[in-house]
Design a protein around this ligand. Structure first.
Ligand code: MN
Length: 202
């Protein structure tokens, strides 16, 4: 079964003013769609064709650049659309809140650590909050479309929250002001989805 571009659970303009409609439309219908099509082309006729994206990434031969770039792009964006949500007014609570306090001290300390990882990722990439087995949380960053699921990239566990810091994710609205975009991202985090992913990953 080829991979399919996931449908968004909200409209392109739903995250305004934090993320603008044009950026959302191009990001989803052009960029993510492109990664999806190129991933399908890269695995066509290979043993990877019938595997889950998680298995493909966690057992990846890192010299396979077609699957590395496009499989990472497919997976990372699929997560990204789910962990942002304009409807969600719920705040951080429960066991995820406890684990975040354990790992970072206060919510502001977590926000500062995550924002710094996102702001200082040179060039294109992602910053992540990852959960390890046992429940420990870690913030890290990856270049390009590398995913924490990939082997040996120094950023491990299961990603439960991620921010795309490629310029295509913010440049139309924020130009060079990546820190303003990162700050706005915090207004649209879907904490109940992140908590659900934490419970499944730990
Ligand atoms: Mn992107």
């Amino acid at each position: 079964m080829p991979f399919e571009l996931p449908k968004l659970k909200y409209t392109y303009d739903a995250l305004e003013p934090n993320i603008d409609a044009k950026t959302m439309e191009i990001h989803h219908s052009k960029h993510h769609n492109g990664y999806t099509a190129k991933l399908n082309a890269a695995i066509k006729g290979t043993p990877l064709e019938n595997e889950s994206i998680e298995n493909i990434l966690s057992t990846l031969d890192m010299s396979n650049s077609g699957v590395r770039n496009n499989g990472g792009g497919f997976y990372n964006h699929s997560l990204f659309w789910e962990v942002i949500n304009p409807q969600n007014k719920e705040s951080l609570s429960g066991e995820l809140k406890v684990a975040l306090m354990d790992a970072f001290g206060t919510f502001e300390d977590f926000k500062s650590t995550f924002s710094k990882a996102a702001a200082t990722q040179f060039g294109s990439g992602w910053a992540w909050l990852c959960a390890h087995k046992g429940g420990k949380l870690e913030v890290c960053a990856t270049p390009n479309q590398d995913s924490p699921l990939m082997p040996g990239i120094g950023c491990g566990g299961t990603p439960i929250l991620g921010i795309d810091v490629w310029e295509h994710a913010y440049y139309l609205n924020y130009q060079n002001r990546r820190p303003d975009y990162i700050n706005a991202f915090f207004n649209v985090i879907n904490w109940s989805e992140v908590a659900k992913r934490y419970a499944a990953a730990k």
